[in-house]
Design a protein around this ligand. Sequence first.
Ligand code: PLP
Length: 386
Amino acid sequence: MSAPTFIPFTRPNFNQETIDAVAEVLRSGWVTSGPKLAEFESTLSEYFGGRPVRCFANGTATMKIALQVAGIGPGDEVITTPISWVATSNVILGVGAKPVFVDIDPITRNIDLNKVANAITPKTRAIMPVYLAGLPVDMDRLYAIANQYKLRVIEDAAQAFGSQWQGKRIGSIGDLVSFSFQANKNLSTVEGGCLVLNNEAEAKLAEKLRLQGLTRQGMDGMDVDVLGGKDNLTDVNAVIGLEQLKQLPSYQTRRAALARQYFDLIRTELKSAGLEDLNLELPVESFTDTNWHMFQVVLPLDQITIDRAQVMMELKDLGIGTGVHYPAITGFTLYKDQGYKTSDTPIAERIGRSILTLPLFPAMTDEDIGRIAKGLVGILKKYRKN
Ligand SMILES: *Cc1c(COP(=O)(O)O)cnc(C)c1O
């Protein structure tokens, strides 16, 4: 028997229409930011209920500009989560502010809103929550805290395009909401990102900040009045986004169906292996709020004799790719050198050590999920402590 095909943990999906649309832009004579970007931004604005939207070269630039639009800089503190892609706290450091890490909720794996008030000081200016795997936090709670303490909110919704809160799209409500269109995200422009803003004045500032701080007046008037960067999104990327938006509903349906399969088949496998007492933590079983950007389990490391890296190796030998999203940011050298300690956020430390991302992307088959559930539970059984 030949080896089973390898299932990566994720894979982008670009159809023929997307390839044709890119070719058309390349042939058009205008390839950087232009009419397709304007069309993408107005389509996104419609998608988010009419709020202003501006696009940027990537999600990291989008979050940086969100912080700049909110006026956050040296001397300011921003409350965030240690379980995220390091971009979240890197951009806080990048504008000269200080990230303050609050521990996570072990069920949602997002920032624990019950612990936010304790971390607020006179220097706190903003909260930057992250919607891990696309699952939003309790938005009513979040904005109640922000209003009470007069804080800005910069939502790192990089993973949450298409997610909802009580029937409302993430991005259609709230303060500044940042998305990423990086290759692995549910909606991808290869690289890219967008920011949902509150008003046209903020949108104008974001436009300046993404292009050297440039203002234009009249035909040949030009001035620079703020320090901007080079963070614009091109028409090539924008047209990919426009095509992806058309496919998004079918992607979302498929992702949710695959996630349901995971819940069913992992539970069935655990039961038939006699491992029901094994504390394998599954995600929040939400089929209304999350976009199923990822399906993540937390391994019962105290009940098995191997660590996460060994579990990943065993899965790889079965042709199953996995990922780690994410180790606690406070354990990285840059952060340790600034005095942060993973032990200050013990839940994040534990989950950062034991969380595992299983494959989930629209082109997967039901058989793939069966193979992964069987493979994972087989490994847990093999290495179970007596
Ligand atoms: C992808 C991602 C980002 C950054 O996006 P890029 O487009 O890669 O710069 C930020 N935060 C989170 C949680 C992400 O998943």
